[in-house]
Design a protein around this ligand. Structure first.
Ligand SMILES: Nc1nc2c(c(=O)[nH]1)N[C@H]1C(S)=C(S)[C@@H](COP(=O)(O)O)O[C@H]1N2
Ligand SMILES: [Mo]
Length: 166
């Protein structure tokens, strides 16, 4: 009995929170799974997010021309750097994987040096899979035009469903 009480108190303690179970569980369909070198999880070594959890984080907008749409579009979503903080990421690179099996490696410096977002919306509407959703890595081509080249287009993964921190 005393043993159970000790376990219950530990579960409520800041030490338990720091050990990585303080991300709420998703209630809707999972749109993003983050694995690898992370300290905060809500699953078996992974942090999973539904759209509401992503929408609950600060949103950032990049309005820019891209190789994928005609003319300027307003992309909005969470800063990748903020997402990495939420999951307590400790690695120096991200492997980002898409529905079509494509994956690209993004150096962590890209997202700490630039406001790169994981866009969920274009012009306020959720990105459908047909529209390269549910999530699309968008670099700030508006404020950093020097990023508008093949290196960063290749890291602009669309139809993102998972990221692994390395
Ligand atoms: N999901 C996904 N994202 C991707 C790719 C891909 O094949 N699948 N190709 C990448 C590369 S190498 C480039 S140059 C651009 C090309 O996008 P496009 O094929 O729509 O022109 O998207 C990047 N993002
Ligand atoms: Mo490419």
């Amino acid at each position: 009995m005393r043993h159970l009480l000790a376990i219950a108190l530990f579960a409520l303690s800041p030490i338990a929170a720091a050990s990585g179970q303080d991300l709420p569980a998703p209630t809707g369909p999972v749109v993003l799974t983050i694995s690898g070198a992370i300290g905060t999880t809500n699953g078996d070594g992974v942090a999973v997010f539904d759209q509401a959890m992503i929408d609950g984080l600060a949103q950032h907008t990049i309005t820019s021309e891209t190789p994928w749409y005609d003319g300027e579009q307003a992309f909005s979503g969470v800063l990748v750097s903020a997402l990495l903080e939420v999951v307590g990421a400790t690695g120096s690179a991200l492997s980002v994987t898409a529905l079509n099996g494509y994956s690209a490696e993004i150096p962590r410096a890209d997202v700490t040096d630039n406001p790169v977002i994981l866009a969920s919306r274009v012009n306020g509407d959720l990105l459908s899979v047909r529209d390269k959703g549910p999530l699309f890595v968008i670099y700030p081509f508006d404020t950093q035009p020097e990023l508008f080249n093949e290196v960063y287009f290749g890291r602009s993964v669309w139809q993102v469903t998972a990221m692994s921190v390395q």
